[in-house]
Design a protein around this ligand. Structure first.
Ligand code: ADP
Ligand code: MG
Length: 157
């Protein structure tokens, strides 16, 4: 597991922005964290790294947002979904199998059976310090092994 600590919102934003270079060819990223952990801020940083000009917000009500930058970014939030069937309606299975796209899935543990087979799993957690966050990254499958190893080289503390 890769562990990263950030000490301010700006640091989380910068980390996510920098991550765009590593994820440039596409990735499925499961993004877990309690309310206020920094998920939206993280996605804003990542989108910035992909030169997205549109406003990046939480897709809590829209269920999915698409942003257009150097890559298309499909940003899902499963929080309000009540059944896995609704995933069809929002195009989840189509978008998560697109190559060369960035797929972000918030509240990924809501329907664990429905997740793609391979992804990076990123969790943001608060610590006892108000502006500190612990970011952990895990690898599922082999597709993103290279990204994972490169991150590991650069980010371990
Ligand atoms: P979420 O989408 O997970 O509910 P947000 O990104 O909307 O969370 O909000 C995170 C909040 O936590 C913001 O107000 C941000 O300023 C604050 N914050 C404080 N320290 C950090 C940090 N190190 N990383 C990310 N956010 C932080
Ligand atoms: Mg949010």
């Amino acid at each position: 597991m890769i562990k990263i600590k950030t000490n301010s919102p700006e640091e989380t934003f910068a980390f996510a922005k920098g991550l765009a270079d590593l994820l440039k060819n596409g990735v499925v990223l499961c993004l877990k964290g309690d309310l206020g952990a920094g998920k939206t801020l993280f996605v804003q940083g990542l989108a910035k790294g992909f030169q997205v000009e549109e406003e990046v917000t939480s897709p809590t009500f829209s269920l999915m947002n698409v942003y257009h930058g150097r890559r298309a970014i499909y940003h899902f939030d499963l929080y309000r979904l009540e059944s896995a069937e609704e995933l069809y309606d929002i195009g989840f299975y189509e978008y998560t199998t697109l190559e060369d796209s960035i797929v972000i899935i918030e509240w990924p543990d809501k329907f664990p059976e429905e997740l793609p087979e391979e992804y990076l799993w990123l969790e943001i957690t608060r610590t006892e310090n108000i502006d500190e966050r612990l970011i952990t990254i895990q690898l599922k499958g082999e597709s993103y092994r290279q990204i994972y190893e490169e991150l590991k080289q650069n980010c371990q503390f």
